[in-house]
Design a protein around this ligand. Structure first.
Ligand code: LHQ
Length: 263
């Protein structure tokens, strides 16, 4: 147990809970450091084959802790430095993590908190949860990948509305717009998210890691380049023991027993 981030190991799943409920799990530097350490440990531990990220209390995450950000007259803040030091490495780590990351958005997700959720691979949200690109209300731009994720996920018109109006978007509409995977009744969120993460932890982990890489590359590649990438990554997937096991299990009409290993 750490101060601002809780980690529980449940089988092959590391459940990581943002734990500053009195601040709606807003990020200070300690929470950034503890989350980075928890994700690094999940990545390094071979027994960990999926991650579930959620928040303690009634919120998922309210973004940057603004009580850390009250400036004296004449003091010029350096937000680029904060982003370079903390938020960008976090988003890059979530996207590059070679294991599936499920996010259970248990309540409001605002500012960077919303975009950290969108950086995860599969996002479930409680029916009462809301996504708020709160940045415009304090003179900022959507960060933590928001200006990239939003147009990709919901298209340019809705991305502009969300970014410039900073209005709350309910979980159901978020799912209808394609921002997230699924809405779940509040009381079932954690049960369903845990089951999904446990399912993913028993899948061919290396194949899923290669799938993440291919999907992330698609936004900058031409079809030709993407076909070449798929050829290369599929070659690698085909050399994993899980491919051999998957085919064998199919032919033998039994459930596969995947190890998740690369080779
Ligand atoms: C908070 C916060 C919070 C501190 C609620 N901080 N205390 C990156 C680079 C560098 C710098 C700048 O930022 C960034 C990225 C960003 O994330 S910028 C965007 C920062 N986040 C926001 O602007 C969201 C601010 N919060 C809100 O708009 C509301 O609190 C939401 C909509 C999240 C929830 O509203 P309510 O459910 O009505 O709750 P509340 O407002 O009453 O908040 C409950 C408590 O949590 C309250 O404290 P109190 O002592 O009065 O009970 C808030 O002050 C505190 N809190 N968010 N970000």
């Amino acid at each position: 147990m750490t101060e601002t981030v809780r980690v529980e190991r449940r089988g092959g799943v590391h459940v990581i809970t943002l734990n500053r409920p009195e601040k709606l799990n807003a990020f200070n530097e300690v929470m950034h450091r503890e989350l980075a350490a928890a994700l690094a440990a999940a990545e390094a531990e071979p027994d960990c084959r999926a991650i579930l990220l959620t928040g303690a209390g009634r919120a998922f995450c309210a973004g940057q802790d603004l009580s850390d950000r009250v400036f004296e007259p004449g003091q010029v803040p350096d937000l680029s430095r904060t982003i370079e030091t903390f938020y960008n490495p976090l988003i890059r780590r979530l996207r590059a993590l070679p294991k599936p990351v499920v996010c259970a958005v248990n309540g409001v997700a605002a500012g960077a908190g919303a975009n950290i959720a969108l950086a995860c691979d599969i996002v479930l949200a409680a029916r009462s949860a809301k996504f708020i690109q709160a940045f415009a209300k304090i003179g900022l731009i959507p960060d933590s990948g928001g200006t990239w994720f939003l147009p990709q996920l919901v298209g340019p018109a809705r991305a502009r509305g969300l970014a410039m109006l900073a209005e709350p978007l309910g979980a159901e509409q978020a799912a209808n717009w394609g921002l997230i995977w699924k809405v779940v009744d509040d009381e079932n969120l954690l049960t369903e998210a845990n089951a999904l993460a446990a399912h993913l932890a028993a899948q061919p982990t290396h194949g899923l890691a290669l799938t993440k890489r291919a999907l992330d590359a698609a936004s900058v590649n031409s079809l030709d380049q993407q076909l070449d990438l798929e050829r290369d990554l599929q070659g690698e997937a085909g050399r994993t023991p899980d491919y051999a096991e998957g085919v064998k299990a199919f032919m033998e009409k039994r459930a596969p027993n995947f190890t998740g290993r690369a080779a």
